[in-house]
Write a protein of this length. Structure first.
Length: 352
């Protein structure tokens, strides 16, 4: 059965750090699927990714909880889908139940490992299917919450490989780019420590950290303490267009997280032909093939991170080879087109 109308329940829309939701919705619209977005909270960010306006997503978003049920009855969705197992899944379950239509939800990371709902298993049982973004997430859901394996579907987020692509220009010399929220779980102090090691070895480089969050002040203080003010730039939040240009000018992508579901930022880098150096946590090893599309290092190991970065900064042929392989892998396994193909297939199964 074909899916023509899908209602989404999300925490906050639009949100800069959740480009994967906007991309998913935009691709559904491109396929001719109508969407209704129920946002539990209004966005307070002034900056928005261009895709939100391009796909007309704000015009399809409701923020008034008291009108959600009526809006859904008028919209008459085939299925209700939520992003995150937390409040959105709970709300989607109730709203879909009122309408008598199936609901599904995608669990990402913090809603599995750090702040899962106490009744995760009940929500999973009431859903027609549980989606998650990596194999390691799926195993954790099965083992930790006793959800049947056949009830869990792995569908990684995807990126637009026509938007995120190499531009043919040479990379800016020895530029390290990291795109991440400035929050403790990303452990960005580790990147500063590794950069300090690089500087002590006389390695020439420039690092650019893209993103914002509550750790900005302490990162700025650490940058000063380590004497990296002239070579480590914190550029703040950025739109997708600027992120594309930063990836296209990078020599290497870095990610230092202590925990990850499946990092979209490294998909974006790979789509632009940029090799990654990342901590081997969560779903990262499913995305970065060590020695093939980038390098994996132990979480919290600044010397190992510095050594891997130095190798790619010094060996441009190696970086180019790994970057080309990263582009191929993202096109094959992590494109937004492939992701939406798999979502539509799942929903068709649910409706059948």
């Amino acid at each position: 059965m074909s899916v023509r109308r899908v209602a989404y329940v999300v925490n906050t829309f639009p949100k800069l750090s959740e480009t994967f939701i906007a991309n998913e919705l935009a691709e559904l619209r491109r396929r001719g699927v109508e969407v209704l977005i129920l946002s539990l909270r209004p966005s307070i960010e002034g900056l928005r990714h261009e895709i939100v306006a391009e796909a007309g997503l704000l015009q399809r978003t409701s923020y008034d909880h008291s009108k959600f049920s009526a809006a859904l009855r008028t919209f008459a969705p085939d299925v209700v889908h939520a992003h995150f197992a937390t409040e959105p899944a709970e709300a989607a379950c109730e709203l879909a139940g009122e309408l008598g239509v199936p609901f599904t939800f995608t669990a990402h990371g913090h809603d599995i490992y750090r702040r899962p709902p106490a009744d995760f298993a009940r929500r999973a049982a009431r859903a027609a299917a549980v989606v998650t973004v990596s194999q390691v997430n799926a195993r954790t859901i099965v083992e930790r919450f006793d959800v049947p394996a056949e009830h869990v579907r792995v569908i990684a987020c995807g990126v637009d490989t026509s938007r995120f692509r190499p531009n043919g220009a040479p990379a800016l010399p020895r530029r390290i780019v990291c795109v991440a929220r400035l929050v403790p779980i990303k452990n960005l102090g580790l990147l500063l420590e590794a950069c300090s090691v690089l500087r002590s070895r006389g390695v020439e480089f420039r690092a650019v950290l893209v993103g914002d969050g509550r750790c900005r002040g302490e990162l700025e203080a650490a940058r000063e303490r380590l004497g990296l003010a002239d070579t480590f730039e914190l550029v703040g939040a950025a739109t997708q267009r600027r992120v594309v240009s930063l990836w296209q000018g990078a020599a290497v992508a870095a990610l230092t997280s202590d925990s990850e579901g499946m990092p979209v930022s490294l998909m974006e880098a790979g789509a632009c032909g940029i090799p990654a150096v990342a901590t081997a946590v969560g779903g990262v090893p499913e995305l970065v093939d060590h020695g093939i599309t980038g390098f994996l290092v132990p979480a919290g190991d600044a010397p190992a991170l510095a050594a891997a970065l130095e190798q790619l900064l010094h060996d441009q042929d190696l970086a180019a080879r790994l970057g080309a392989a990263a582009r191929v892998k993202v096109q094959r396994s992590f494109s937004i087109a492939g992701q939406v193909d798999r979502l539509l297939s799942l929903w068709s199964e649910v409706l059948a």
